[in-house]
Design a protein around this ligand. Structure first.
Ligand code: AGP
Length: 610
C-alpha cells in the first residue's frame, strides 16, 4: 500500500511532506519521492530504499516551494527502481498514485502509439500522460484530471500538481484511501490520517468517485463527474499512534478487518468476469505449461502452509492435478523426487522465510517450475522464482498473519481456476460461478466481521482462562482448524491443537473433558453430517462445544454450547468465512489476557533463520 502526502499553503513544504511520509512508513514501501513547485518549475527528487535515502538526496539538493506532493511506493507494477518511483512526470504534470490501474497496458499501448515517451514500468506514469494530454488540449488541471479518469479502470488515490497552475493540488479517489486535512491558510492530503494529524485534526475522508481541488485557503470537493459534494468534516481525536492503526487497538485487529480489501486488491484486474476465467497474464504460467504440469508441490511454513492445505483442495478438485503440501523445513530435510514435470509453489507473506526460500531453491535445482505466491515484490523468494502471483494485502505488521492468509487462499483459488480451465477439468459454467463467487467474497467477509464480532468477544471472555483448546475440522475446514489453533496459541499463549475431526477417535479424544473448549468447524458442506457426529462425540465426553456453523443450521444449536454462524456459501468459499471468527477469538482472548498481540513473545514476523 503506497503512501501519499500533499501540502499547499505558506510553509516550505518539503520537510512537511517528508514528515507525512514518515508517519505512513507503517504502510511499507521500497522507494520514495517528492515533487515541489518552486515558483517557476516543478522539481522532482526520488530515491529507492528508506526515506533516509530521499532525505540525503534532499540535503544535497534541497527542494523549496509551498506546494508539493510526496509518495512512498509499495511496488505492484514494475520492479523497485528510481525510474519506477513516484512522482511521475509528463509535460507540466507530476502525479503520485496509490492503487492498481487494471487497463494500464491498453492505455500504455495507445499512448505510445500517439508518441508518448513512457519511461517507467508503472501504471501510474500512464495516468500522468493521460492528464498531460488533456492539459495540452487546453483543459484546466481539474478538468484534465476529470477527463483522464474517465479512461481509467481500477483503484486509485492520486494527487496531481501542474506547473502553470501553482498553489493547487487536484486529488481523486476510487477504492484506495485518501483523506484531506483542513488547516489554517494551508491544506493537506494523505493516504491515511497520520499524515495530516500533526497539522490539523479536521479531516475529510474522500469517498469512491470523489475528487477535490486544494488551495491554501480552500478545499472544494466534487464527484469525478463534477457534481459538487458537501463533504462532512470530521474532527479526529486519535493520538498519532492510534491513527497508524486507523483507530484499532492493535495492527492485528486492523488487519483482520482489512481482509475484504486485501481480497479486493489481490483479485483486482485478475478476474475475467466476461468469460468466467482468470486473466492469463496475471498468473505467470503459460497456457502450454498449464496443460503440461503433472504434479504440484505447495511449500510453505506456518500460516502460509495452512493456506497451502486449502489450496490443495482447490487444485485437486478444480484442476485435477495431484497436489502435495510440504512444510518447507521438511521438504528441505529429504531428497524430494521432483523434476521438470512438477510445479512448485512457494507461498510466503514475507517472501523471506529461510526454510521456504531454501525449499524453493532446491525445487529449481531439480528442474521444477517455481511459482511464488508472496506479498512483497522483489523479496528473495520472488527473485528466486520463475513467476510470481503477488498477494496485494499491503504490509502486514502484526506478527500473527491474518489478511495475507486469506489473500493467499484466494490466489490459490484463482490459480486452480486458471489451471482447471486450461486443462479442461473445470467446466466453463462452474468456473464462471467461482469467478462471480470471488467477486462477492469481500462483502460476505465484511458481513461476517460485523455479524460475529460481538458474539466472539463474549466467547473470548468466557473461555479466556482455558488451558487447552481443541479445534476440529474436516476437508478444507481441517486447515482452518489448524489456523485457528495457531492464531490462539501464538498470541494468547494458550495451548491449542488443531485436528482433523476424523482423527479424534484415534487418540486425541482422550484429551476432552469439561475443562476443554472444543471448537468444531461444521459448515453446511459435504462433511456436515460427519462433523455433527464428531461434535456429539466431543459433547458426550463433556467437552464444551463452540460450533462454527452455517446460518440456519438448527441441528447444531441443540448440541453446541455456543454457535457462531456464517452465511451459507459455495463450499469453496467457506474457509474464507469460517476463519474470521477464529482470528477474532484469538485476538480478543489475547487482548483480554493482556499479551503483546502485535509482537507476541518469542516470535518474529519473518523467520530468516533455520
Ligand atoms: C503466522 O501467524 C505466523 N506468524 C507464522 O506461522 C508465519 O505464517 C510463518 O512464519 C510463515 O511466514 P511467511 O508467510 O512470511 O513465509
Amino acid at each position: 500500500m503506497c503512501g501519499i502526502v500533499g501540502y499547499v499553503g505558506t510553509k516550505n513544504c518539503a520537510p512537511i511532506l517528508i514528515d507525512g511520509l514518515r508517519r505512513l512508513e507503517y504502510r511499507g514501501y521500497d522507494s520514495a519521492g517528492l515533487a515541489v513547485y518552486d515558483g517557476t518549475r516543478i522539481n522532482v527528487t526520488r530515491a529507492i530504499g528508506k526515506l533516509r535515502n530521499l532525505e540525503a538526496a534532499l540535503a544535497a539538493a534541497p527542494l523549496t516551494g509551498t506546494t508539493g506532493i510526496g509518495h512512498t511506493r509499495w511496488a505492484t507494477h514494475g520492479r523497485v527502481s528510481e525510474a519506477n518511483a513516484h512522482p511521475h512526470v509528463a509535460g507540466e504534470i507530476a502525479v503520485i498514485h496509490n492503487g492498481i490501474i487494471e487497463n494500464h497496458l491498453a492505455l500504455r499501448a495507445r499512448l505510445v502509439k500517439d508518441g508518448a515517451k513512457i519511461l517507467s514500468d508503472t501504471d501510474t506514469e500512464i495516468i500522468a500522460h493521460l492528464i498531460d494530454a488533456q492539459c495540452r488540449k487546453g483543459l484546466s488541471l481539474e478538468d484534465a484530471v476529470r477527463a483522464a479518469l474517465k479512461e481509467v479502470e481500477g483503484a486509485y488515490a492520486i494527487a496531481v500538481i501542474r506547473k502553470s497552475e501553482p498553489q493547487k493540488i487536484v486529488v481523486a479517489k476510487n477504492a484506495s484511501p485518501l483523506v484531506l486535512g483542513l488547516g489554517e491558510g494551508e491544506n493537506l492530503c494523505g493516504s491515511d490520517i497520520p499524515a495530516v494529524l500533526p497539522y490539523t485534526r479536521r479531516v475529510i475522508i474522500l469517498e469512491d468517485g470523489q475528487m477535490a481541488v486544494l488551495t491554501a485557503d480552500a478545499v472544494r470537493v466534487t464527484t469525478v463527474d463534477g457534481t459538487p459534494v458537501d463533504a462532512q468534516v470530521k474532527t479526529i481525536d486519535w493520538s498519532p499512534a492510534m491513527a497508524e492503526k486507523s483507530g484499532y487497538k492493535h495492527f492485528m485487529l486492523k488487519e483482520i478487518h482489512e481482509q475484504p480489501r486485501a481480497i479486493e486488491d489481490t483479485v483486482r484486474g485478475r478476474l475475467d468476469r466476461e468469460n468466467g476465467d482468470i486473466v492469463a497474464e496475471e498468473i505467470g504460467l503459460s497456457p502450454e505449461l498449464a496443460t503440461k504440469i503433472e504434479r504440484v508441490y505447495l511449500v510453505a511454513c506456518g500460516t502460509s502452509s495452512h493456506a497451502a492445505m486449502v489450496g490443495r483442495y482447490y487444485l485437486e478438485r478444480l484442476a485435477r492435478i495431484p497436489t502435495v503440501v510440504e512444510l518447507a523445513s521438511e521438504f528441505r530435510s529429504r531428497d524430494p523426487v521432483i523434476g521438470p514435470g512438477d510445479l512448485v509453489v512457494a507461498i510466503s507473506q514475507s517472501g523471506e522465510t529461510l526454510d521456504t526460500l531454501m525449499a524453493a531453491k532446491i525445487a529449481k535445482e531439480k528442474g521444477a517450475k517455481l511459482l511464488a505466491i508472496v506479498n512483497v515484490m522483489g523479496s528473495a523468494i520472488a527473485r528466486a522464482s520463475d513467476a510470481e502471483l503477488y498477494t496485494r494485502a499491503g504490509p502486514e505488521i502484526g506478527v500473527a498473519s491474518t489478511k495475507c492468509f486469506t489473500a493467499q487462499m484466494v490466489a490459490l483459488l484463482m490459480l486452480a481456476v486458471y489451471l482447471g480451465r486450461r486443462r479442461g477439468t473445470l467446466p466453463a459454467a462452474r468456473a464462471a460461478e467461482l469467478v462471480e463467487g470471488i467477486a462477492r467474497l469481500p462483502q460476505q467477509m465484511r458481513d461476517v466481521l460485523t455479524g460475529t464480532r460481538q458474539l466472539v468477544l463474549h466467547l473470548a471472555r468466557r473461555y479466556m482462562d482455558a488451558r487447552d483448546v481443541l479445534f476440529l475440522g474436516r476437508g478444507a475446514s481441517f486447515p482452518i482448524a489448524l489456523e485457528g489453533a495457531l492464531k490462539l496459541k501464538e498470541i494468547s499463549y494458550i495451548h491449542a491443537e488443531g485436528y482433523a475431526a476424523g482423527e479424534m477417535k484415534h487418540g486425541p479424544i482422550a484429551l476432552i473433558d469439561a475443562n476443554v473448549p472444543v471448537v468444531v468447524l461444521a459448515p453446511k458442506d459435504e462433511h456436515h453430517d460427519k462433523s455433527m457426529s464428531n461434535l456429539q462425540e466431543a459433547k458426550a465426553r463433556g467437552g464444551r462445544i463452540i460450533a462454527i456453523a452455517s446460518e440456519g443450521d438448527e441441528d447444531v444449536h441443540g448440541l453446541a454450547e455456543e454457535v457462531v454462524e456464517v452465511p451459507v456459501v459455495d463450499p469453496e468459499f467457506t474457509p474464507f468465512l469460517t476463519v474470521i471468527p477464529l482470528q477474532l477469538f484469538a485476538y480478543y482472548v489475547a487482548d483480554l489476557k493482556g499479551t503483546d498481540v502485535d509482537q507476541p513473545r518469542n516470535l518474529a514476523k519473518t523467520v530468516t533463520v533455520e
